[in-house]
Design a protein around this ligand. Structure first.
Ligand code: CLF
Ligand code: SF4
Length: 498
């Protein structure tokens, strides 16, 4: 049976202005107190997302607005991907689940509430959950994602519960554009439609953002890029949220297909291509930090961004688990993770130093198969996504990811899947893998994408810089001709599961 999933995750921040985070590494110019908040948060630090995990608990089913990219029949997706929330939880079940996950995945540092409706349209359940978790697992950061309509009413409670990461989904600051995205909002016991609805929503979102940042709460803004509706306008949104103290802006692609049953899916509204999304993110990056590693996760996601371990933690399984929450064990494990993270950074910096003095306008994209840890450690045939890095003489930067169909299904290559994988990686010059078979290797090479397995198990960024140096040499020697690659697909069918 096909199911449509529901949504979302995600975040906000307030505070600090320009800093490293969405896409860069290390403390950089961040104030120490901001760095403390972001360094182990997988959504607020790109570098952290290779090492630290988050989880969501689906305690908030109701919503107070309607978005044209959300289908309530299946529960919805504030900002995100329709996924399947397999079960909704009570706050007590949620608290037990958090302890179970924290005991099993000691690098799980963040608990987010992001749906499946809007957390602040379900304030009792949301805050009760936060209360229970802060009592039993005080080392876990609390995170919240909201559409912002009810936000001004809850800012003081958010502060009182020590929730220091809040995401607001802001898709417009112009009510005329908002009317094309939101058919209605329910506010002060009344349903508003059209421009009136969007006007109320944008005013409440921006007011809420200002109130959060005034209180030192780190805010992230998520925006869904809807070509022809708000794509050009998102530059204005970027300026508006930056001027109100948002810490990070996450522009995500609309995922829209008729089988999702959403208004946009049914009326044929397309999502952006990979290069359209990147161009918009690049154009906003001069204004503020951009998040590019968002996985548009489900409201019950568990694990590293990009992996889904939620099936290991169903309520039925949790009830039989022997949960031993031990903060000392978690701390010791996280210290090891931190050492590995520092080794990754040191290796990158060492390699980067060898590029000193090198000047070239050539930039290339490299796709990487990884299971996490900042290493090239996934087989091509087992990769459900590829991370994409842009490399130039200034170094390697994470610029996105591409979800793909598994090439290997039961150990056999699928001819169809290679075509979709090539379309997803079409703008990349090379793909780094731990291992790859002859058939896909040949297909990639024919498509002009070089399959590279010689960096198996090595660090990603260090290897990307090393490859880039060799690439420049090959171009100079006339061994290869550098050509601009084309565009690539962002997978639209990723939210359907069997
Ligand atoms: Fe969840 Fe969101 Fe917190 Fe992260 S998700 S509530 S900030 S802990 Fe992260 Fe998921 Fe993207 Fe959200 S990858 S959808 S940005
Ligand atoms: Fe769906 Fe509500 Fe989220 Fe919009 S805010 S995507 S309608 S759950």
């Amino acid at each position: 049976m096909q199911k449509i999933a529901d949504h979302k995750g995600c975040g906000s921040s307030g505070g600090g202005g320009k800093s490293s985070c969405g896409s860069s590494a290390g403390q950089g110019d961040l104030a120490p107190e901001i760095w403390e908040k972001v360094k182990n948060h997988p959504c607020y630090s790109e570098e952290a997302h290779h090492h630290y995990a988050r989880m969501h608990v689906a305690v908030a089913p109701a919503c107070n607005i309607q978005c044209n990219y959300c289908n309530r029949k299946y529960d919805c997706a504030n900002e995100s991907r329709p996924g399947v929330v397999s079960e909704k939880l009570t706050p007590e079940q949620a608290a037990k689940k958090v302890l179970a996950v924290a005991s099993t995945i000691p690098q799980m540092t963040v608990l987010g509430i992001a749906g499946p409706g809007d957390p602040l349209a379900n304030p009792e359940k949301t805050f009760k959950t936060f209360q229970l978790i802060s009592e039993t697992a005080p080392d876990i950061k609390l995170c919240l994602s909201t559409n912002g309509l009810a936000l001004p009413d809850h800012v003081d409670t958010i502060k009182a519960f020590n929730v220091d990461h809040v995401t607001i989904t802001i898709n417009m600051v112009d009510p005329d554009i908002g009317a094309e995205i939101y058919p209605w909002v329910f506010f002060n016991h009344k349903r508003y439609t059209g421009r009136d609805a969007a006007k109320i929503l944008t005013e409440r979102q921006l007011q809420g953002l200002e109130m959060l940042t005034e209180r030192g709460i780190l805010c992230k803004v998520n925006s869904v890029m809807i070509p022809g509706v708000n794509d050009a306008h998102l530059v204005e949104v970027n300026k508006a949220v930056k001027s109100r103290g948002a810490f990070l802006h996450n522009i995500m692609p609309l995922i829209s297909a008729p089988e999702h049953g959403t208004v946009f899916g049914l009326n044929g509204q397309r999502g952006p291509t990979a290069q359209e999304l990147k161009a918009l993110q690049d154009s906003c990056e001069g204004e503020m930090n951009m998040m590019r590693h968002c996985r548009q996760c489900r409201a019950d996601a568990v694990g590293l961004l990009g992996e889904d371990r939620s099936a290991e933690f169903t309520t039925e399984k949790i009830m039989t688990m022997d949960v031993k929450y031990d903060s000392e064990t978690r701390k010791a494990y996280q210290q090891k993770v931190e050492q590995e993270r520092q080794a990754t950074v040191a290796a990158k910096n060492l390699e980067l130093a060898t590029l000193a003095g090198e000047r070239s306008d050539i930039k290339i994209l490299i796709a990487v198969a990884t299971k996490g840890g900042g290493r090239i450690n996934e087989h091509f045939g087992h990769a459900k996504e590829f991370q994409v890095y842009e490399v130039g003489t200034d170094g390697a930067k994470f610029v996105g990811h591409r979800r793909v169909d598994l090439y290997c299904q039961g150990g056999y290559g699928e001819e169809d899947s290679i075509e979709t994988i090539i379309r997803a990686l079409n703008d990349c010059t090379a793909v780094f893998v731990a291992k790859i078979g002859h058939c896909p290797k040949d297909s990639l090479a024919e498509a002009g994408i070089e399959p590279v397995d010689r960096y198996a198990l090595e660090y990603i960024e260090q290897s990307a810089i090393s490859y880039y140096k060799e690439y420049l040499d090959r171009v100079r020697d006339g061994e290869v001709t550098h050509v601009a690659r084309g565009d690539a697909d962002i997978r639209q069918g990723a939210f359907i599961s069997a």
